[in-house]
Write a protein that binds this ligand. Structure first.
Ligand code: 4AD
Ligand code: MG
Length: 465
């Protein structure tokens, strides 16, 4: 029975080489039983589409056939034939079946169709078996692959910034601490504070909120690098766009000024969306049908036109003149909220927007100060349905200006000498940005909750499995 190797359903469905023996293995999506023939729709995760397995009841053990229910896992040996049914390419006429695992119809959570996404989140161990999550996670994989391909083709190096760090890149007090000291009864020093010299690293450490600062060291040596790894933020943001653990892609490039940075961001996003349209057509068609009727037209729209580029100051003027009622106030110096960003993108311009030159007070210490002394060369890329998908900047490459800004904000310099050394020795203009991977997947799949585009979502109060 083992002479023929298992073939993936995605390959079989496209095969014209019929009338031969094949082996398929997968999970039963549905079974229809007639008097003498049963039909199984089998899925192995390689495609949204199922292959039909035709079973002549007389040739098989009745008890075994009864146990092949929705969710069960089977190996089927059979003949690949052109299907009789309309609209179907090929099917498998079973000659031998091995039941790997049953799925008790009484208790199998996915026995019925039409579960809500919220319900499925509670059974994260099984939700990849649904059509929706199979599609989403295949697209997620394709996007990860395309990101590596995009950068590799352009001579960027994949740079691994650390997960455990001793620095706080974004200057926010929103980090997960990493320690081996006991939660209660940590050793204290003479001042009565926790004695971190006894901790694993001999100092306080945390999970990284961004790989950027370490990425800058890579760029200032290898030229063009990118990171692609998990990042962690302990902010209490319970929104459909925030995760406590999310993946970020952070390219960092020596000799790039802000305009080059914008060009790269726009090229990358268009490349990735084009890649999805070309390589994930079946999954996108399913998601469009089920969740978002405008999905492909929105994706194509982003690829077709240029992104609108304007300054923060110009954007604030547009918002002030818009006559729109916003929940959060608009005014120069205020950070833009998702509702403002989406107004600009969806109502005003009808295309993605890149905003630049934000007030220095609302951006991080490392952004290059403009001549006006008030704004910095930061950039945010804003997308329909998403709001901010990318945040980045040209970096302050002048040591004195950087030190002055760190003093102003109160970023401790003692801890940052390793970073400041890039400005001390062979400094150069450089730029970079961070793309939130799950926000990209949200956009590409048309899903609306970020919890539904990552296999195991971590959000405030929720870290199941
Ligand atoms: O704008 P952010 O905070 O920028 C940085 O971290 C910079 N160090 C990036 C850089 O210049 N290298 O985050 C970048 C992107 C955001 O635009 C957003 O897409 C995503 O990361 N992001 C989140 N995604 C999911 N959950 C969260 N809590 C996120 N916070 C940021
Ligand atoms: Mg940001």
């Amino acid at each position: 029975m083992e002479t023929t190797k298992r073939e993936k359903i995605v390959k079989l469905l496209a095969s014209t080489d019929v009338e031969r023996e094949v082996v398929v293995k997968g999970w039963v999506r549905t079974k229809r039983s007639g008097k003498s023939v049963s039909f199984i729709a089998l899925n192995d995760g390689s495609t949204i589409n199922n292959i039909q397995v035709v079973i002549e009841s007389d040739n098989f053990d009745e008890e075994m056939l009864k146990n092949i229910t929705t969710g069960a896992c089977v190996k089927v040996v059979g003949k690949l034939v052109q299907s009789q049914g309309a609209g179907q390419g090929v099917e498998v006429q079973a000659t031998a079946i091995e039941l790997y695992g049953t799925a008790d119809a009484e208790t199998y959570p996915l026995q019925k169709k039409g579960h809500t996404l919220e319900f499925l989140r509670e059974i994260a161990h099984l939700r990849p078996r649904t059509n929706t999550f199979g599609a989403v996670f295949r697209v997620r994989h394709a996007m990860a692959y395309a990101i590596h391909k995009f950068f590799n083709d352009r001579g960027f190096y994949y740079w691994h910034s650390p997960i455990v760090t001793a620095s706080d890149c974004e200057g926010a007090g929103a980090m997960f601490q990493v320690t081996t000291l006991p939660v209660g009864g940590a050793p204290l020093n003479e001042e009565g504070a926790v004695d971190y010299s006894q901790d694993f690293f001999g100092r306080p450490t945390n999970l990284t909120v961004s790989g950027q600062l370490e990425g800058e060291l890579g760029a200032m040596a290898l030229g063009e690098i990118y990171t692609f790894g998990p990042t962690f933020r302990a902010e209490n943001s319970n929104t459909p766009r925030h995760l406590a653990e999310f993946w970020m892609i952070e390219p960092e490039m020596a000799f790039y000024e802000i305009a080059d940075n914008m060009d790269l961001a726009e090229d990358m996003l268009k490349y990735l969306i084009t890649y999805a349209l070309e390589n994930c057509a079946d999954d996108l068609a399913f998601l469009e049908k089920m969740y978002d009727k405008e999905l492909t037209s929105r994706l194509k729209g982003v690829v077709a036109g240029n992104f609108e580029r304007l300054t923060y100051t110009e954007a604030v003027e547009i918002l002030e003149k818009s006559g729109q009622k916003f929940e959060f106030p608009v005014g120069w110096g205020n950070d833009l909220q998702s509702e403002h960003e989406r107004y600009l993108v969806e109502q005003h311009f009808g295309r993605p927007v890149i905003l630049t030159d934000y007030p220095k007070e609302i951006k991080s210490f490392y952004m290059k100060l403009n001549e006006d002394g008030k704004t910095v060369r930061g950039m945010d890329v804003l997308f329909p349905k998403i709001g901010e998908i990318i945040g980045g900047s040209e970096r302050e490459s002048d040591l004195d200006k950087l030190l002055a800004r760190m003093d102003e904000i109160g970023v401790p310099q003692r801890e940052m000498q390793w970073y400041l050394d890039t400005r001390r020795f062979g400094t150069a203009p450089h730029s970079g940005f961070g793309l939130g991977f799950e926000r990209l997947i949200l956009f590409v799949t048309g899903m609306t909750n970020i919890r539904d585009v990552i296999p195991f979502p971590r959000t405030p109060g929720s870290a199941n499995f």
